[in-house]
Write a protein that binds this ligand. Structure first.
Ligand code: HEC
Length: 134
């Protein structure tokens, strides 16, 4: 019985610490969907599929929590998103949900070094430097 109790409390405490994608979807529908679409459609704020592709989960969470103090560093010229009165856990959950929409992230693209190549024009003997990606 004691063992069961210990594992039960462990289970409860780990689930509240971790973000929950299912709960995050609910938070999205109730608090963000009026302004943010998923997979296009157009809203007041940017589509969350693009946000998931370009932003880290922590950035999404921080922006959702405090858009006013972050809009400049996110390169917006003005702030139209309101500060929403949600719990910390709800911000975590919704950020997890948004991030899960796009498992392939912009920063995963490997940049290949470009090579320089000299091309010579046979007619006037002029050389031009060209950059290639191989
Ligand atoms: C009343 C409309 C509105 C609501 C509701 C709203 N947002 Fe926004 N959101 C915006 C607008 C507009 C922007 C563009 C920047 C700004 O105005 O602050 C934005 C920007 C963002 C960004 C930055 C995106 C980026 O990568 O540049 C995130 C993240 C974000 N919102 C998350 C959320 C989350 C999560 C919720 C719900 C919990 C939510 N927003 C609810 C309007 C809204």
């Amino acid at each position: 019985m004691k063992k069961l109790l210990i594992s039960l409390t462990l289970l409860i405490s780990t689930t509240t610490l971790m973000a929950d994608i299912g709960a995050g979807e609910k938070v999205y529908k109730e608090n963000c969907a009026i302004c943010h679409t998923i997979n296009g459609g157009g809203g007041l704020g940017p589509d969350f599929n693009m946000v998931a592709y370009t932003r880290h989960k922590e950035e999404i969470e921080h922006y959702a929590k405090d858009p006013y103090s972050l809009y400049k560093s996110f390169r917006y010229s003005a702030n139209a998103m309101p500060t929403l009165p949600l719990e910390d856990q709800q911000f975590k959950d919704v950020a997890d949900y948004i991030s899960s929409l796009q498992p392939f992230k912009k920063w995963m693209i490997k940049k290949q070094p470009s090579k320089k190549m000299i091309v010579k024009n046979e007619e006037n003997n002029e050389s031009v430097e060209v950059k290639t990606r191989t």
